[in-house]
Design a protein around this ligand. Sequence first.
Ligand SMILES: [Zn+2]
Length: 206
Amino acid sequence: MACPTEEPDAVCPTPDAALERLLEGHRRFLAGRPLERDLGAERRAGEAGQRPFAAVLGCIDSRVSPEAIFDQGLGALTVVRVAGNVVNDDGVASLEFACAVVGTSLVVVLGHTGCGAVRGAIDGVELGRLPGLLAKLRPALERAGGGGGEGDREAFLDRATRANVEVGLASLRERSAVLSDLEREGRIRLVGAVYDVMTGALELVG
Ligand SMILES: [Zn+2]
């Protein structure tokens, strides 16, 4: 790990402290009281290298910017974004790099309400290379238990979104011995969350 244990917690937090720091930032965002940032100072602080305290696997949705909703500045977060926050090999490798090389101690799989990718998977959208990506959401749809009638559509979307976060966490653990070993050793935590694009609220999942 890049972060030796004698580092102060502010620089190299434990997994639990990293989660609390992230949730604190989200509370500031939700309250409309983000920190005043000096981007020049944050840039200069990163001249010697980076030490992000958390990593986020999130969707590409423009409303769900991790730095914004967690009120974090330059150098704080490693962010992997792909439509539907699906787990793929390059994403796994990126998170392995963040945790095992850079020293990040928290990974958040971040889904969100009103996700166009989850909706596209439900609808079986056929466009370009999208079917290949949307196929990765099928296990979540199965876990969510089917769509039911038209009236149930939005409820199913919500269930599938949550299931997709749970599937993502399980997939990271299954596909990455690096991440699952670090988690077993207590050096990192993997947590899931669903962000509500209507209210800005965040719900931890899994
Ligand atoms: Zn989305």
